[in-house]
Write a protein that binds this ligand. Sequence first.
Ligand code: ZN
Length: 80
Amino acid sequence: MSVRKIPERTVVTCDRCGVECSNGLGPGRRRMNGRLIVKAHSLDMVGDPVADGSFERDFCDACMSLVLDALREALRDSDE
Ligand SMILES: [Zn+2]
């Protein structure tokens, strides 16, 4: 009898482009370990909070760069 140990491996899939992430070069590179966390209430039709609308998304480096660019653009006026 022989025993072969297989180390545990965590696979992250980008929530934007769907690529399986890795720390290597090329598509799916995920050295930034990018994650967007939004905490907010969901509102009903008259604007009252009715539920937790929070969410989290994991991104590869290419998609995280797009998300960061979009956030910078959306928050541009508030930085000045
Ligand atoms: Zn991606």
